[in-house]
Design a protein around this ligand. Structure first.
Ligand SMILES: Nc1nc2c(ncn2[C@@H]2O[C@H](COP(=O)(O)OP(=O)(O)OP(=O)(O)O)[C@@H](O)[C@H]2O)c(=O)[nH]1
Length: 630
C-alpha cells in the first residue's frame, strides 16, 4: 500500500522529471536555433566571400586574356621590327599604355638578353637568371601563358610577369615575350570587394608566394604560404576551383573565414596561376550571432533557475502544507479517537438525535440502560421510549430548542426499558448548529436516576410521616389542609377540623411505661384510620394530639364523626401486652365552616379553643367551636 508520504515523494520526483524534460526540450530548441543561426550566418558569409573572390578572379581572367592577346600580337610583330629598337619601343610603350594593369612589355632572345622593351634603359641587359625566363625555357611550351612567381623588378617594385615563348621556325625556343603586371592596378581591384572593415583580399601565386594583400595585414609580400596544413595548401590539395575554410591562419594566427578561388581564364592554358583569397575575421562575422546566442543562453539559464527555484519553493510550501495537514489530521484522529472512546466508555448515556427525535447514534451506556442494541435504538425516536405523562413537558422544551429560544435544557422524565418497565432519567438536551447557525442535531446526555428517585420518594415520604404511627406529620397535614381549603375556596362547600387529645396520657406513661404509651398511640392511630373516609386526612399533630381534616363535611356530620371516634375510643379495650389492657378516653375540639374565605390558622385556633373547652368540661367530650358571627 502506498503511504501518503511516499505518494508525495513520488509526485515530487515526477514534477522534477517533467520540469527537467520540459527545460531539456526548450534548451534543445534554443540550441538548435543557435546552431541554425550559426549555420545560416556561416553559409551567407561563405556565399558572400566566394562571390567577392569570383569578382576578382573574373576581372583577373579578363586581364590575363587581354595580356595574352597582346603577347601573341607582339610575337607576330617581332619579325617586322627588324632590330629597329625605337620602332619596337614605341610600339610596346603604346600597347602598355592602352592596356590597364600592364606596366610594360619585354622581349628577350633565346639567351635571356633584353632585345625589345618599353623600358629602353634596360636594353641589352641579360635576365636569364630570372625564374620566369628559366621556367619558360625549361618547359618550352609555346601554347602556354607562364605566370611568374612575384619578384622584385629592376625598379624595385614587387611585380610579376605573364610570359609566352617565342617559337623558332622549327618550333624551337627562340626567346620570350613578357607583360609586366602593374601591382598598383590590382590594389583598387582587391579593395573594391571589401564590404566590411575586417574584410581582406589577397593574391597568391599558385606556388604559394603571397603577391599582395589589401588592406595590408603586416604580412610581407613574398611570404610562402605553401606550408603543410595551411588554407592555401588545403585549397591546392582539394583540387577544387573554389574552397572556403574557417579557423586559424597559418600565416598570421588570426581566426578567419577564407574563400579561395583559382584563376582559370577560359580555355587559356596556364603554367602556374594566381589564387584569389577573400577573408573575414571570424569573431566579427559571428559577433552578432554570439551576442544573440549569449542572450538566449542567459535568458534560458535565468528561466531555468527561476523555474527550479519556483518549483523548489512550491514543493517546500506544498510539503509544509501536507505536513501540517497530516499533523492536523493526526490530531483530529487522536481527538476523535479520544472522543469516541470517551463517548463509548462513558458511564453516562449519550446519543445523537435528528431534529425529529430519531436516534442516530447511541453509546454503550445508553444501550445498556435501555436494554437495546444501537441498531434497534436507531429505529426509534426519543418520543417512542418516553412515558406518555412526560410527553407534554418534553414537547414544550423541545420546541424551545427548535425555535432557538435556548440551546440546552435539562429535564427529569421517564423512559421505557425494552422489557417494559420505566426508568427515571435526567436528560440534558444540547443543540448542535452548523457554522451558519442552523440547527443540525441534538446531543443528549442521559443519566439513570431511578434509584435516586426512589430514594427521594422515600425521603419525601419520611419527611411527611410520623415515624411512630405512620400517620402524616404536622407539616404534611398543614400542606394538605391548605390544599383542601384552596379547593373549598374554588368549589365551595363545607369543611371540618377535629383536634383530638388523649386524656391523661401522662398517667399511661407513668403507669405502664413510655413504651406502652407508644403502643397506645399506634393503636389509637389505627383505630381512627379505620373509621375515616379515604378523603379524610388524619395526622399526628404532636405528642398525644391528633388533627383530622374532614373535607366536604358539614358541622353536624362532623359532630357525628367526632362522637363516633370518642365513643369507640372509650369503649375499646386497648391491649398493651403481658395481659395488660386499658380503656382510654379522648377529648375533641371541633371547628366546622362553610366560609370559603376562612384560613387554616383560624380553623386551628377555633378547634384548639374547642378542645380546651372539652378538657375543661371534664374530658371524654366533643366540644364544637362557635360559628363566626355573621
Ligand atoms: N409514650 C409516649 N408518651 C408521649 C409521647 N408524646 C408525648 N407523650 C407524653 O404525653 C404526656 C402528655 O401529658 P400532659 O400534656 O400533661 O397531658 P395529660 O397527661 O394527657 O393530661 P390532659 O391532657 O390534661 O388530659 C406527657 O407525659 C408526654 O411525655 C410519645 O410519643 N410517647
Amino acid at each position: 500500500m502506498i503511504t501518503h508520504k511516499k505518494l508525495l515523494t513520488r509526485l515530487t520526483v515526477v514534477l522534477w522529471i517533467e520540469l527537467v524534460l520540459a527545460l531539456s526540450v526548450l534548451g534543445g530548441l534554443i540550441a538548435l536555433n543557435i546552431y541554425h543561426e550559426h549555420a545560416q550566418i556561416e553559409a551567407n558569409e561563405r556565399d558572400r566571400l566566394i562571390t567577392q573572390a569570383n569578382v576578382i578572379s573574373k576581372n583577373l581572367a579578363f586581364q590575363f586574356q587581354g595580356a595574352n592577346q597582346a603577347l601573341l600580337a607582339i610575337i607576330q610583330e617581332i619579325p617586322e621590327w627588324k632590330h629597329q629598337q625605337q620602332v619596337a619601343t614605341k610600339r610596346l610603350t603604346t600597347m602598355a599604355s592602352t592596356m590597364p594593369g600592364i606596366r610594360g612589355f619585354d622581349v628577350f632572345d633565346a639567351d635571356g638578353t633584353l632585345i625589345y622593351t618599353s623600358f629602353p634603359e634596360y636594353l641589352g641587359m641579360n635576365f636569364s637568371y630570372r625564374d620566369y625566363y628559366q621556367t619558360a625555357r625549361r618547359v618550352s611550351d609555346p601554347d602556354r601563358l607562364y605566370v611568374s612567381p612575384p619578384f622584385t623588378g629592376m625598379s624595385g617594385n614587387y611585380i610579376l610577369n605573364l610570359t609566352r615563348i617565342i617559337p623558332g621556325k622549327q618550333g624551337e625556343f627562340s626567346g620570350i615575350v613578357t607583360a609586366i603586371l602593374d601591382p598598383e592596378y590590382f590594389k583598387p581591384l582587391l579593395a573594391s570587394v571589401l564590404y566590411t572593415q575586417d574584410s581582406r583580399s589577397s593574391l597568391i601565386h599558385s606556388k604559394g608566394v603571397l603577391f599582395m594583400s589589401v588592406p595590408d595585414n603586416g604580412l610581407k609580400p613574398g611570404t610562402n604560404l605553401a606550408t603543410p596544413g595551411s588554407f592555401f595548401t588545403r585549397h591546392i590539395q582539394s583540387g577544387k576551383a573554389v574552397t572556403v575554410f574557417s579557423g586559424q591562419l597559418y600565416s598570421t594566427r588570426q581566426q578567419r573565414m577564407v574563400a579561395q578561388t583559382t584563376l582559370a581564364p577560359g580555355d587559356l592554358k596556364l603554367h602556374s596561376t594566381l589564387m584569389v583569397a577573400v577573408s573575414r575575421d571570424l569573431e566579427r562575422i559571428f559577433r552578432y550571432w554570439y551576442e544573440n546566442a549569449m542572450i538566449q543562453i542567459i535568458c534560458f539559464s535565468i528561466f531555468a533557475l527561476f523555474t527550479f527555484t519556483m518549483l523548489f519553493v512550491f514543493q517546500r510550501r506544498e510539503s509544509k502544507h501536507a505536513r501540517m495537514a497530516a499533523e492536523h489530521s493526526h490530531a483530529l484522529f487522536q481527538s476523535e479517537k479520544l472522543f469516541r472512546s470517551t463517548y463509548d466508555s462513558a458511564a453516562i448515556g449519550m446519543a445523537l438525535l435528528g431534529l425529529d427525535g430519531r436516534f442516530m447514534q447511541a453509546n454503550r451506556a445508553l444501550c445498556h440502560m435501555l436494554g437495546e442494541d444501537e441498531a434497534a435504538l436507531c429505529q426509534k425516536t426519543i418520543q417512542q421510549i418516553t412515558h406518555p405523562d412526560d410527553h407534554q413537558l418534553d414537547h414544550l422544551l423541545l420546541d424551545s430548542l427548535l425555535t432557538s429560544q435556548r440551546d440546552n435544557y435539562q429535564v427529569e422524565k421517564r423512559f421505557f426499558h425494552s422489557q417494559g418497565h420505566t426508568l427515571w432519567v435526567l436528560l440534558t438536551y444540547s443543540s448542535i448548529k452548523d457554522e451558519a447557525g442552523q440547527l443540525q442535531h441534538f446531543v443528549v446526555q442521559i443519566q439513570d436516576i431511578t434509584e435516586y428517585k426512589a430514594l427521594q420518594e422515600k425521603l419525601q415520604k419520611q419527611a411527611n410521616q410520623d415515624f411512630l404511627t405512620g400517620l402524616p406529620n404536622r407539616r404534611h397535614f398543614i400542606q394538605e389542609a391548605n390544599i383542601a381549603l384552596a379547593r373549598l375556596k374554588r368549589r365551595g362547600g363545607a369543611i371540618a377540623l377535629l383536634m383530638i387529645d388523649i386524656d391523661h396520657f401522662k398517667k399511661i406513661n407513668d403507669n405502664y411505661g413510655h413504651q406502652a404509651g407508644d403502643v397506645v398511640l399506634q393503636a389509637f392511630a389505627r383505630q381512627c384510620q379505620t373509621q375515616l373516609r379515604d378523603i379524610d386526612l388524619i395526622s399526628r399533630y404532636g405528642g398525644e394530639e391528633f388533627a383530622i381534616l374532614l373535607p366536604d363535611t358539614q358541622k353536624e356530620q362532623a359532630i357525628e364523626i367526632a362522637e363516633r371516634l370518642r365513643t369507640t375510643a372509650a369503649n375499646t379495650e386497648m391491649h398493651l401486652g403481658n395481659h395488660r389492657a386499658l380503656h382510654l378516653t379522648i377529648s375533641i375540639g371541633l371547628a366546622a365552616t362553610s366560609d370559603t374565605s376562612t384560613s387554616l390558622e383560624k380553623l386551628l385556633v377555633k378547634a384548639d379553643a374547642a378542645l380546651y373547652h372539652a378538657k375543661q368540661s371534664g374530658r371524654n367530650a366533643v366540644s364544637v367551636a362557635q360559628a363566626d358571627a355573621p
